[in-house]
Design a protein around this ligand. Structure first.
Ligand code: SF4
Length: 340
């Protein structure tokens, strides 16, 4: 049995052709699945009973179960704990901005990448998620909140480029105009810096945003907080970002968690500026969010502002990110496989 929600419209067309169905049927079924979010083939009222029964024999419709939800009293951010079909738990976050809503989704159950500032990696990685599971994070949140979601950031638990094929499938399906139809420009994929996969993603020429978890201005410091730096040094990573821009025309975002006394000094700002100078990019500064296991602390507000000013003086585009959901451990680097 296959989760039918993980099929692109083209694949659905091929699958239905085996049953002797005309191509337009794929659009109809796709819309039931990805626009109306049906949970049962029987809800597809304009599809013949015969076809619905055939579909039931070969496919299932996968739905997440909401195990818990926490709402931020500060900003209305909601953190959902979802149970997957095999009992594993993941977290996803609904964030409300002034004029749009965004969902931050997980792509793996846990994570193996070992970034020291991140709670998602504490228990390692159990498994990668499927496109159907990732889609249902968005769909279920839209249903539960009764709010329209117009942006997705793949920035929750997991390294999305390690589930590359499922990620591409997820993007193709969620941007399809017969379904949820989210603009590719409103989708951000965040990676800790897997160079070969970044180049491969560039070749897809999707109009999505690429965010790089950078967090340090040189290899020496980066290796101390991000084990991936031992495999892919910064010069290779920055070259891959340049390649991404050349192929897609999309500006790259660098995520930089400011950790007091570790990477927030004047010299760090100067090194960072030299590293990314000339690259069409944007830097998001994130005062690090507390995670019990690592003891990292965010810098004082004045230091964060001074770091930002220093980058601006070098001509770098930079913002200090407004963090949502900090009071429910729903901010960057705080997601886990359970609520604690
Ligand atoms: S920051 Fe991302 S890649 Fe690093 S451990 Fe956390 S989830 Fe994994």
């Amino acid at each position: 049995m296959i989760d039918i929600r993980g099929l692109t419209k083209e694949e659905l067309g091929e699958a239905l052709a085996i049953y002797g169905q005309k191509p337009y049927r794929a659009g109809q079924v796709f819309t039931w699945l990805h626009k109306r979010y049906v949970s049962s083939f029987d809800d597809m009222t304009d599809i013949s009973k015969d076809l619905r029964n055939r579909l039931k024999e070969d496919y299932y419709i996968y739905r997440l179960r909401e195990a818990d939800v926490q709402t931020s009293h500060k900003d209305g951010t909601k953190k959902f704990l979802f149970e997957l079909q095999d009992g594993n738990l993941i977290e996803s976050v609904f964030m409300k901005y002034r004029s749009w809503n965004t969902v931050c989704i997980s792509s793996q159950v846990g994570c193996d990448m070992g970034c020291r500032f991140c709670a998602s990696t504490v228990g390692g990685c159990v498994r990668g998620m499927t496109a159907g599971e990732m889609l249902d994070e968005v769909y279920t949140i839209e249903e539960k909140t009764k709010e329209r979601v117009s942006g997705v950031v793949v920035m929750g638990s997991g390294e999305p480029l390690l589930v590359y094929d499922e990620l591409i499938r997820f993007i193709k399906i969620i941007t399809d105009e017969s379904g949820k139809n989210i603009s590719a420009r409103n989708i951000t994929v965040s990676t800790c810096g897997l160079v070969p996969q970044i180049k491969r993603l560039a070749e897809e020429r999707l109009q999505i945003n690429l965010a790089i978890s950078l967090h340090a201005p040189d290899d020496e410091k980066r290796k101390k907080i991000m084990p991936v730096a031992k495999k892919y040094p910064l010069d290779e990573l920055i070259d891959a970002c340049r390649y991404y821009f050349e192929k897609t025309g999309r500006r790259v975002t660098f995520e930089y968690s400011l950790i007091s006394g570790i990477n927030d000094g004047k010299e760090d700002a100067a090194k960072l500026s030299r590293l990314i100078k000339g690259l069409n990019c944007h830097v998001n500064l994130i005062p690090v969010n507390p995670v019990r296991e690592n003891g990292f602390k965010p810098p004082d507000r004045r230091f964060a502002q001074a770091f930002k000013n220093a980058l601006e003086n070098f001509g770098i585009n930079v913002t200090i990110r407004r963090e949502l959901g900090g009071d429910i451990d729903g901010a960057c680097g705080q997601l886990r496989r359970k609520h604690v």
